[in-house]
Write a protein that binds this ligand. Structure first.
Ligand code: IVH
Length: 665
């Protein structure tokens, strides 16, 4: 074995032992320590590595890998029962295309068909047999072929009928679950008794159903939904809709959220609506199940060993996953603000690989009691930067991470903000603040300096061409030196110089934003620019007069005053003006027809959202992201969700595209 192979073998062995630990926690302790998505990721990675590097292992070594075990758990304390009909699983879809594929297969065989949609209950499946109208036997799913006899425990579940008004043999299947409210009650009780708490309702249900004492099961209050009748033709049932009517008549508990639908559009609508509904239910769901309604096609459509082709589970993208916090470190932003960051064991979240997440400020770390090696949940915040949202469990008994008191770059002491929520490095010569400011100054949203991204700016700093913002405007004096630089051709240097010349023609707000003044973002800069008009009036402008406007709060005014009173900044602006650079405000408003009107945009429209946003801004209107009393119009396209509901509730005027164009005329 070469050194790379030794490393890979060790990685595989480590993965195996980590997953074995997770399996043990899940199957034997009913106390999972990782999210399903993390588990799936890691087991997939292990499978791939084992396939690729099988030659590094003996047969025995591979046979014992967790990838070779299927649903390992089987308790020794309940009688094993073989199912008459296997209890299959469901194939999963994560996208609309996958649902379309599922339907395309059905379409090849079936005519005049419909679908039955139900929530996918996050519990444990159960098969219950009735004889002579009496509950006779209840068996868990087990490995799908052999399960465990938990009849006595299932008899303790209040909502499951012990007797039914139907004397033929009947086998029904469904899901046993612990409602969220009963789960909370159970954890309160466990806490009082000083016993370990349940990680989630599903594990609460599993742990309860496997109690050997039925009295405990009774106390803990499990619930159930039934959704399937084995051999329905024996009961003259032809569709899923009829199955549910049959179950309901016999007083079995069934979900209230089911629906018979006829088109793919209706399926998508259900998916969209259920996204909101599921958050208000007292039980946890794991997506929805779409079943072909007409049972006569089931056999022809067939089954794989694992799942039928007649039903599919749609899973909503998980917006949180758990992973290990490998390291905590602080970075300094362009205003000197300290941000704490997490380096993570890489994990996939909503389709992208994530290795870093933000932890915001120190208070955030303190409140979540975080330190390195902890298992944490991460979530995509505002779709872009992932954020650590909670602690799953502490790996080591380390105390909370210590607050950083000096700047990691210039080693000067950090200063707390008045609220103690933020920390700042206030060293005007901090190399990191200077670097971040230069990068921001050149960025697309600020001065749009072509090809001057982080890498090139670092290079120019290193070579001594740029120390401060005004140096950008002096670069043209050094063009001969620049063109001799290795790595830059004549043309690329010319492009940089041209873009610097062009930036002088930008509207004033760009340079105000580019200065990196605390609390002054792009939007506020634009407003300030409209009042200040030109750069030469900026430094001595009376910002107090802006307090009467809605857009400008006291925090902004005091930040502007502080910046303009600072000698470094005054001299910087003077130097820029001396170089002949004096940006002026250029209003791009085409009209003020939408002045004082606030819009929210939702749903699918014929043009990208930015198209409407631009039009609103150009006509003097405002845009906000959420509907409130202050919203004047909701511009609403197809498949709108919660924003539409909220606008209806608040009686906000809802307009379509055409009505919007009319407004702008
Ligand atoms: S139908 C052929 N309907 O999901 C499989 N299953 O991932 C028949 N589940 O093992 C199952 N809610 O435990 C069906 N409304 C529902 C369900 C549901 C939850 C569970 C069930 C199954 C698993 C498959």
């Amino acid at each position: 074995m070469n050194s790379k192979e030794i490393k890979i073998k060790q990685e595989i062995l480590d993965l195996q032992s980590k997953i074995n630990e997770w399996d043990n926690a899940y199957y034997n302790l009913d106390n999972p320590i990782v999210e399903d998505a993390v588990y799936d990721n890691e087991i997939l990675r292990l499978k791939k590595l084992e396939e690729q590097y099988a030659y590094l292992f003996t047969y025995e070594e591979l046979k014992n890998s967790p990838t070779q075990k299927i649903n390992a758990f089987a308790s020794e304390t309940f009688t094993k029962i073989r199912h008459n009909e296997p209890m299959l699983s469901l194939n999963k879809a994560y996208t609309y295309e996958e649902i379309e594929k599922f339907i395309a297969k059905i379409d090849k065989i079936a005519v005049n068909y419909s679908f039955y949609i139900e929530p996918k209950i996050d519990g444990l499946s159960i098969s219950i047999k009735y004889k002579n109208g009496k509950l006779w036997q209840a068996v868990t799913r087990g490995d799908g072929l052999i399960g465990e006899d938990v009849t006595e425990n299932v008899k303790q579940i209040e909502c499951i009928p012990k007797e039914i008004n139907y004397l033929n043999d009947l086998e029904v299947r469904g899901e046993i679950y612990l409602s969220i409210s009963d789960f909370n009650n159970l954890n309160r009780m466990l806490e009082l008794e000083n016993k370990p708490k349940m990680a989630n309702p599903r594990n609460g249900a599993a742990g309860t159903l496997r109690q050997l004492n039925p009295e405990i099961v009774k106390e803990r209050k499990l619930s159930a939904f039934l959704y399937y009748i084995v051999n329905p033709e024996l009961h003259n049932i032809k569709t899923m809709t009829e199955s549910f009517e049959f179950l309901s008549k016999l007083e079995f508990p069934i979900s209230k959220e089911t629906k018979t639908v006829y088109t793919i559009e209706e399926i998508f609508e259900y998916i969209n609506n259920f996204k909101t509904i599921k958050t208000s239910l007292d039980y946890e769901t794991d997506g929805i199940v779409i079943k072909l309604n007409e049972l006569k096609y089931y056999n022809e459509l067939g089954y794989t060993v694992k799942f039928p082709h007649s039903a599919i589970a749609f899973k909503y993208e998980p917006d949180t996953v758990s992973t290990t916090l490998k390291n905590i470190f602080a970075t300094i932003g362009r205003t000197g603000l300290v941000t704490y960051n997490a380096e993570l064991e890489p994990v996939t979240l909503s389709g992208s690989r994530i290795s870093f997440a933000t932890l915001n400020n120190y208070q955030y770390i303190y409140d979540l009691n975080l330190n390195t090696n902890d298992l944490v949940y991460i979530k995509k915040a505002g779709e872009i930067i992932p954020c650590v949202i909670s602690l799953v469990n502490k790996k080591e008994e380390l105390n909370v991470f210590n607050k950083i008191i000096t700047c990691p770059y210039c080693k000067e002491s950090l200063i707390d903000s008045e609220t103690f929520l933020e920390q700042y490095c206030i060293n005007p010569n901090c190399p990191e603040i200077i670097r971040k400011r230069l990068i921001h100054f050149a960025s697309k949203e600020a001065m749009e300096l072509d090809t001057l991204g982080e890498k090139n700016i670092d290079f120019f700093i290193e070579k001594g061409f740029i120390k401060n913002i005004d140096d950008f405007f002096r670069l043209k004096e050094r063009s001969a030196e620049l063109t001799n630089l290795e790595g830059f051709g004549y043309k690329s240097i010319m492009n940089i110089l041209i873009s610097i010349e062009k930036s002088k023609e930008l509207s004033l707000e760009r340079i105000i934003f580019a200065f990196s003044i605390k609390h002054i973002g792009a939007k506020v800069s634009k407003f300030i620019a409209s009042k200040v008009v030109s750069l030469d009036q900026f430094i001595d402008f009376d910002f107090e007069q802006l307090t009467s406007y809605d857009e400008i709060g006291p925090k902004i005014v005091s930040s502007l005053k502080e910046w303009c009173n600072n000698e470094h900044n005054r001299s910087l602006v003077t130097r820029i003006l001396d170089l002949g650079v004096n940006l002026v405000y250029k209003s791009n408003a085409k009209s003020n027809i939408l002045e004082n009107l606030t819009f929210v945009i939702t749903g699918e429209l014929s043009q990208p959202r930015s198209f409407y946003e631009k039009m609103i801004l150009e006509n003097g209107g405002k845009i906000t992201s959420s509907v409130s009393q202050k919203t004047n119009y909701l511009l609403c396209g197809e498949k709108a969700g919660s924003k539409l509901e909220k606008a209806q509730k608040l009686n906000i005027k809802i307009i379509n595209e055409n009505e919007f164009y009319d407004l702008c005329k």
